[in-house]
Design a protein around this ligand. Structure first.
Ligand SMILES: [Zn+2]
Length: 196
């Protein structure tokens, strides 16, 4: 998932690491190595892509689903519901009915007719229907528990590991600034300034 993006940097000499396809016991796998290592000018050993991917996915998940971000995720969920187009159009329809009812009430003083009050009742009923629909829509649970966060985190890692989706590629491109490979650790530097 990380090959060919220029993310990988050798922790010792700072050169970009490149990918190689290797074969072992009839299976192929990808490794990344520092170009200076082959010339015996750098001590960074090659790293297998699957191991690297897992470490990076875990670090991303750790970053995005940290416990203290729980409130941020809840806010996001709520704004998603609030900005839902159907939700918005319901609100507009309710407003429109209010306006109609107001107009009828204004005319009522002058022309009291059965038709008008009937129409008023109809509108009130329609409004109640729409309002109850709106209540149902906005009553979606907007609490995220610690357990939910754990599940989100696990799902997120799965997504990054198993899918080679264009959206995932774009996400990684936007999120990761640099991955530095040392022999004993791999560190990820993020692009995002707002979420830290
Ligand atoms: Zn190196």
């Amino acid at each position: 998932m990380l090959g060919g993006k220029g993310f990988l940097q050798c922790g010792i000499c700072g050169k970009s690491m490149t990918g190689t396809v290797r074969k072992s016991h009839g299976k192929t796998y990808i490794t990344y190595q520092c170009p200076s290592h082959k010339a015996k000018q750098c001590e960074t050993k090659e790293v297998r892509a699957d191991r690297l991917n897992l470490i990076v996915a875990q670090q991303l998940a750790e970053f995005f689903f940290r416990e203290d971000r729980l409130k941020d995720w809840e806010d996001l969920l709520r704004s998603d519901i609030r900005d839902d187009p159907e939700n918005k159009s319901l609100k507009n329809r309710i407003k429109g009915i209010d306006k109609k009812m107001e107009n009828i009430l204004q005319n009522l003083e002058d022309v009291v007719s059965k038709a008008l009050t009937q129409r008023l009742d109809e509108l009130a009923q329609k409004k109640e229907e729409l309002e109850s629909k709106l209540r149902k829509m906005t009553n979606v649970p907007t609490r995220i528990t610690k357990d939910d966060m754990k599940k989100l985190k696990a799902g997120f890692i799965q997504l990054l590991m198993n899918e080679d989706l264009p959206e995932v590629r774009q996400f990684l491109k936007n999120t990761i600034n640099k991955i530095t490979v040392y022999n004993d650790k791999i560190t990820v530097t993020f692009n995002l300034k707002m979420m830290n």
